[in-house]
Ligand binder design. Structure first.
Ligand SMILES: [Zn+2]
Length: 237
């Protein structure tokens, strides 16, 4: 994975124009959110279409149960291996030890985040990051959001998510790890981080399995992939 630097977005590690600290999407989302964006740690670059994208969509949407289970096991392994190798970087980015971990809620589906239903992610996270509590239902969609989704591509809105009032005490001054499957413009994950901040979190870092790129639509993204692709990086499926 590329690290922030020239040509690599300081926020999401996606492709930035030479001389720009952040990519186009982070620039737009940051302005619209009117809240500082939080650092994103992508586990892999994720070209669309591609085998990793198939996994990250399939674990929640495949019509075949066996395929969903197989993809979910890959999702679990990718998170665990990343947390095992990069825990120190996450703590450094958060400014101290992490306290709480949770998945970014879906802005479209009711109920728990798809990642919350992947067997083993919570126990893995608590085992790899001592002191962290897995809190999959701490953050949810704001009521009514199912009728009026306010988060869309490049359209963040912290009000789309809300913290469960009964659990809000766990957030006061906490450093939070947010997990998500894919990161496109970051509108959803960064809105979730802004909602956590508004509810009292001290710092948030985001880990996403796939920083989605569209080489078929963007020459810059295609060139970025060629420059940074590591052999095997998109062979999760
Ligand atoms: Zn970015």
């Amino acid at each position: 994975m590329p690290r922030p630097g020239p040509g690599v977005c300081q926020i999401c590690c996606g492709p930035a124009r030479a001389g720009d600290p952040v990519c186009y999407a982070c620039g737009v989302v940051g302005r619209r959110l009117a809240s500082p964006l939080v650092p994103v740690f992508p586990v892999r670059l994720c070209p669309l279409p591609g085998p990793l994208y198939r996994v990250l969509l399939g674990y929640k949407e495949s019509p075949v149960a066996e395929a969903r289970h197989r993809f979910a096991a890959i999702v679990r392994t990718l998170f665990r291996e990343f947390l095992l190798t990069r825990a120190d970087d996450l703590v450094q980015a958060a400014g101290g030890p992490l306290d709480v971990a949770l998945p970014v809620p879906s802005s479209r589906r009711p109920g728990p985040a798809p990642l919350a239903r992947v067997d083993g992610i919570g126990p893995d996270t608590e085992r790899v990051l001592p002191g962290v509590r897995w809190a999959p239902v701490l953050l949810g969609r704001s009521s009514g959001a199912e009728h009026c989704p306010r988060v869309a591509h490049l359209r963040p809105d912290a009000a789309a998510f809300c913290v469960d009032p009964a659990r809000a005490g766990a957030l006061a001054g906490a450093r939070v790890l947010l997990l998500d499957d894919t990161y496109v413009s970051g509108a959803r994950a960064q809105s979730a981080a802004a909602a956590l901040h508004a509810a009292g979190a001290r710092a948030t870092v985001i880990v996403v399995l796939g920083r989605v790129l569209r080489p078929d639509r963007s020459d810059r993204q295609a060139a970025f992939l060629r420059r940074h692709a590591v052999r095997g990086s998109d062979r999760a499926g």
